[in-house]
Design a protein around this ligand. Structure first.
Ligand code: IVH
Length: 668
């Protein structure tokens, strides 16, 4: 290929990748499969290697190319990044509305309500439509240059739909699922956990090495624009629509309210629904829609008079730290848990709170008997925020981490680079017990009637000391346990029996091999199809599977080389536990099925499967399953007793599928 042809092809690839990226990340409506996307990307990388002159800063290949920085440079914002005044109740909002009416002399004001995303404010600059700069808010005047890290956010186009020069402002955040994934990974490695998605997002954006930032699936919603372009708009609504048209992501839940009552309705709605969102919100932002009015209203020293942030009631309470309990996880990591005097927090009684690791006990200066502030954010487990030192009586006592495992008494170690203490005794009873709890859990073998408490009983009565023992349990063994009736025993045995028919990926994940999460297990099971093939696989064979990196590959090979693992697999086989992949074959082209790329919400009770199973099936077909119904939802799968989601879907004109129609479609 000569230079001219290459140039033409590179330009065409830029266009195509830009558009597919926008369809995937911004519109949630992809029209090609991931494999086809990768193919285009590979072609571009190849051409840029051959013709380096053709590699431009806005090339889709340039997202994670940069080297680590020694420090962040300072950047001055062209216009100040303001913060907002707060409202904490309905009266505050009525006051806000009155102030605006008085200052403008109007008796009706149109507002735009938006979700207040709990992340990190960022400013992004495009010049002639090309991404140039990403910055943190800093003190509002001067922020830090995080251009490389912002660039790793997949939903951010590196080129706008029009060649405009402008600055857009928004909130970078970590989806809840991604937050859990990162924390699970950190727990596995013995690293300190992030307290909430906000901290995790801030931590990720402030990584000097953009490769680390790229490993975290950060996302970004834009809510405002600065620069000359904004002067062409008369209202905020128009601005939001235009931001989206340029290819930037705007949170779809924004709504126009004609008065403060409608604003309050929006707030009440989201206060109830926030737990169904895939990301954290900490309130609602209310903005005057018309720019002419905004100009009239102006600013106070710190914030605009034309907007206010309604903050959801703080989910905090004061309790007493009665004890610190240590738990040995299945990987041997010792995690301390605060045992609290029971306290009602966000509608539930809280008796325990996460302490993550001993460093937190030290950092917060916790003493046993202290009065502490406990916080619960959305779906996140409660955590201890701080000590109220003024409440100290002098009777509080210091807590010391043990030097030996609380379960098996072997000496605890701190592996290099890890914060957590670990028990490295492979025969440690706690690790084995936790491993069995993991094996029966919903994400693994899904033995529904065999909960954590029963596993602990079985373990304590020495009826089960390895996962294989579960399959050799006899009715009489179980009946001999305290508080165990014939009916429960029947249910437990049926759950165990049913689990024998699980597809291979559940077993593989259930084994608890280090670094093998449920997604990795699924890809490996789909690829190799039988346990024997996985056992025989070399690191190179494993690396051929998408999702599998060198650490995971090494861990798998080491695991299956152990004689005790061979013995375990033999016993499972003898008990007739299925060792093959029986899930659907992977579609090589995810767009083949009509549901591929579509956004689903599942509600109500299904007859033939659980919601979880329906979601898994849909995901295999390339569909995306989300929690709440919005304008982006394509289908609502509604089972029996569907409630508010059904009403909302009907209001929005979303296609509703009953179970019968769903089953007919998935078998296509
Ligand atoms: S508007 C001048 N809209 O909340 C207007 N802010 O103090 C500036 N935030 O740190 C903000 N979601 O980063 C606006 N939909 C939204 C928002 C939002 C989250 C953050 C923002 C700022 C704080 C407001």
């Amino acid at each position: 290929m000569d230079f001219a042809d290459a140039k033409e092809r590179v330009e065409s690839l830029h266009q195509q990748l830009l558009e597919h990226n926008r369809r995937y990340y911004v519109l949630d409506d992809p029209i090609i499969s991931d494999a086809q996307y990768d193919q285009l990307m590979r072609e571009l990388i190849q051409l840029e290697a051959e013709f380096p002159e053709l590699q431009t800063a806005d090339s889709p290949t340039q997202r994670v190319g940069a080297e680590p920085l020694p420090f962040f440079e300072k950047v001055e914002h062209t216009t100040q990044m303001l913060s907002l005044g707060n409202a904490f109740n309905q009266e505050d909002l009525i006051e806000f509305d009155k102030r605006i009416k008085k200052a403008t002399g109007l008796d009706q004001i149109t507002y735009v309500c938006e979700l207040k995303i709990d992340g990190l404010a960022v400013s992004v600059r495009f010049e002639d439509g090309i991404y140039k700069l990403g910055a943190t808010r800093g003190d509002g005047q001067i922020g830090e240059n995080i251009t490389q890290n912002v660039k790793t956010i997949r939903s951010l186009p590196l080129k706008l739909a029009e060649p405009l020069t402008l600055e857009v402002r928004g909130e970078a955040y970590l989806p809840k699922k991604e937050f859990e994934r990162i924390n699970n990974q950190r727990a596995e490695k013995g690293e300190p956990l992030f307290a909430n998605p906000r901290n995790a997002a801030a931590g990720s954006l402030r990584q000097l090495d953009p490769k680390l930032a790229a490993e975290r699936a950060l996302d970004l919603f834009f809510y405002g624009m600065d620069g000359e372009s904004v002067e062409t708009f008369a209202t905020h609504q128009e601005t939001l629509q235009s931001i989206r048209k340029l290819g930037l992501k705007v949170n779809p839940e924004w709504k126009v309210a004609q008065n403060i009552d409608e604003v309050w309705g929006y707030i009440e709605h989201w206060q109830l629904e926030r737990s169904n969102l895939g990301y954290e919100i900490d309130g609602i932002v209310i903005k005057v829609d018309e720019y002419a009015l905004r100009k009239e209203l102006g600013f106070t020293a710190k914030s605009p008079r034309w907007a206010i942030a309604y903050k959801f009631p703080a989910e905090e309470a004061v309790s007493i730290l009665e004890d610190i309990e240590l738990r040995v996880g299945r990987t041997g990591v010792i995690t301390p848990t605060a045992i609290l005097h029971p306290v009602v927090l966000a509608g539930t009684t809280v008796k325990r709170a996460s302490l993550h690791n001993e460093d937190i006990i030290r950092e917060k200066g916790l003493l046993l008997g202290d009065h502490v502030v406990v916080k619960k954010a959305g779906d996140i487990i409660p955590e201890v925020v701080k000590v109220i030192t003024s409440e100290r009586t002098g009777k509080e006592t210091a807590f010391h981490m043990p030097t030996h495992c609380p379960e098996c008494d072997s000496e605890l170690v701190r592996l290099e680079g890890e914060v957590a203490l670990r028990c490295i005794n492979p025969a440690c009873a706690a690790q084995i017990r936790e491993g069995i709890i993991h094996f029966v859990s919903r994400g693994a073998m899904n033995m529904e009637r065999l909960g954590e408490k029963v596993v602990i009983q079985l373990f304590e009565h020495k009826l089960v000391s390895s996962i294989a023992d579960l399959y050799y349990l006899q009715e009489n063994d179980l009946l001999a346990l305290p508080r165990m009736g014939a009916k429960s025993v029947g249910n437990i045995l049926a759950s165990i029996e049913k689990s024998k028919r699980n597809s291979l990926e559940r077993l593989l994940f259930g084994l608890g091999i280090r670094f093998v999460g449920s997604k990795g297990a699924k890809m490996i099971a789909q690829h190799f199809e039988t346990m024997d093939a996985i056992v025989e696989a070399t690191e190179d064979d494993l690396l051929a599977v998408e999702e599998v990196g060198p650490k995971m590959a090494e861990s798998i090979v080491t695991y299956f080389a152990k004689p005790e693992v061979k013995e375990l697999l033999n016993r499972l086989k003898k008990a007739n536990v299925n060792m093959s992949y029986t899930g659907p074959k992977v579609r090589t082209n995810a767009t083949e099925h009509p549901f591929a790329g579509k956004v689903f919400v599942i509600t109500g009770t299904l007859d033939s499967m659980t919601r979880q199973e329906a979601a898994e099936r849909l995901e295999q077909l390339g569909a995306q399953v989300t929690n709440s119904v919005s304008k982006k939802t394509n289908y609502l799968l509604a089972g029996e007793k569907a409630g508010s989601k059904l009403t909302k879907a009907q209001d929005l004109g979303v296609t509703i599928l009953d179970e019968k129609a769903f089953l007919a479609n998935i078998s296509l």
